[in-house]
Design a binder for this molecule. Structure first.
Ligand code: PLP
Length: 444
């Protein structure tokens, strides 16, 4: 077992001045690991342990940690004395929005923010202003940020939401305290892949927006069933709701145009973040002009308020431009390479699965995957909650830490591959998975 004593000591010290000891409380792991260095696909912790990283900081690192091409662009922005001016616009803002509109098939324009949560907040505001309705439909098992409209119902115990209902909706269960009751009344939660429930809610309430990740990637990888996304588009049109795709995790990771480009189903608005700038803090709202123009509507009563001291900060903007240009210049190679690495892992895992004698399913979309201890690919959160062996998943992840492999040690969290991973690292990972799954009686 590697030693994590220095990590533990740092957290204990930080707890003196930080509630919970860290700046984003969903980052806590068991055991505690405090990382000090990230390069390519490797992370080093405070005790000097080295890990092959599959967490990618919850997804942004498509090109690996401290990718040279991106850091170089950031350094150049310092040399050019770029700064935050807080007046009007910059050439770089124009360049970034043009690049994004060129690669996102349905986007007429974009606005840049700092985080995915800000982006979903503004997308919802646009939808409410556009439709003059207040209600929002979100997915059980989806995560769309920390604000009041969306901070609910991710890995909710079935004891709190009850058994599957279709058509129907689930109680709103906030992720924490402080969300006003009145606010909750505007939110409706249904299962992903359940078009009957979506239609049921749209009939019953004045829904401004249907907000969904096109693949649920905060409970592993839950893919849309064939026909589901086109049906969602049809229901949104039928009831006059705005369709918002939350591509914060899927965007730029699965294709440069996001999962909308892969599925061919275009939302009215989509939000991006994470892989857009390979780890630098930036997010975007992109969409059809009819909606986006509300940000600059001549009538102040119809105008949607958008402001932010740090919006368009030159450092993340330089990183985002460099990331998109890199992906464009080597688009086929990046996504082909990620697919190849993913396939190697999947094939290696297939032999483990056959030998294991327990239900196991690896679900993968390109460079993102999840291993479920169940006999089929899940279709929604109820499916996972009822069939996945959470204890075995957690035990597997903890044992992998001992082999120098770092998936986030919490059941059902997504694994991410970057272009900095190599075939050798993937083979090492498959060997570690074999030793953990096939040789540990607790997992079988
Ligand atoms: C799909 C999705 N949307 C939105 C967010 C919120 O993004 P941020 O943490 O940058 O506010 C996340 C974060 O994990 C996410 O996974």
């Amino acid at each position: 077992m590697p030693c994590f004593a220095a990590s533990r000591a740092i957290l204990d010290r930080n707890r003196r001045h930080i509630p919970g000891g860290m700046f984003s409380l969903n980052r806590e792991t068991d055991p505690i690991l405090v990382f000090e260095k990230g390069e390519g696909a490797y992370l080093w912790d405070a005790d000097g342990n080295r890990f092959i990283d599959y967490h990618a900081a919850f997804g942004p690192y498509l090109l690996g940690h401290n990718a040279e091409e991106i850091n170089r662009a950031v350094e150049q922005s310092f040399h050019a004395k770029a700064s935050l001016f807080g007046a009007n616009t910059t050439t770089q803002e124009g360049r970034l929005s043009e690049l994004m509109c060129n690669v996102i098939p349905f986007a007429d324009s974009v606005q840049i923010l700092n985080t995915g949560s800000e982006a979903t907040y503004q997308a919802i505001r646009l939808a409410r202003a556009f439709t003059s309705r207040d209600h929002i439909l979100v997915m059980q098992g989806g995560y769309n940020g920390w604000h009041n409209d969306v901070a609910c119902n991710v890995m909710t115990p079935l004891s709190e939401i009850g058994p599957r209902v279709s058509p129907g909706e689930y109680p709103v269960v906030p992720l924490g305290a402080g969300v006003p009751e009145a606010h909750r009344a505007l939110i409706h939660v249904v299962n992903f892949n359940d078009i009957e429930s979506i239609e049921y809610v749209c009939q019953k309430y004045p829904i401004a927006a249907i907000l969904t990740e096109p693949i649920l990637q905060n409970i592993g990888i839950v893919k849309p069933l064939p026909g589901y996304l086109p049906a969602l588009r049809k229901v949104a049109d039928k009831y006059g709701c705005v369709l918002i795709f939350d591509e914060v995790k899927t965007g730029f990771r699965h294709a440069i145009g996001g999962y909308s480009a892969i599925s061919g189903v275009f939302p009215d608005i989509a939000v991006y973040g994470k892989a857009l700038a390979n780890g630098y803090p930036i997010a975007a709202v992109a969409g059809r002009a009819e909606l986006m123009d509300l940000f600059a509507h001549p009538d102040p009563k119809r105008r949607v308020f958008l402001a932010g001291t740090y919006n368009g900060h030159p450092v993340p903007v330089a990183a985002a431009i460099a990331t998109i240009e890199y992906l464009l210049n080597s688009e086929a190679k990046v996504y082909e390479r990620l697919e190849q690495l993913g396939r190697t892992l999947e094939l290696g895992f297939e032999s483990i699965r056959k030998e294991a004698g327990i239900p196991l399913t690896l679900v993968r979309q390109g460079s993102a995957f999840c291993i479920y201890f169940m006999d089929h690919a899940p279709i929604d959160w109820h499916d996972i909650a009822q069939n996945h062996d959470f204890a075995a998943d957690t035990a597997m992840r903890r044992s992998l830490l001992e082999c120098g492999i770092f998936p986030f040690p919490l059941a059902t969290k997504q694994w991410s591959i970057s272009t900095a991973h190599t075939e050798k690292m993937i083979r090492e990972t498959v060997d570690a998975l074999a030793s953990v799954i096939l040789r540990q009686p607790t997992l079988r």
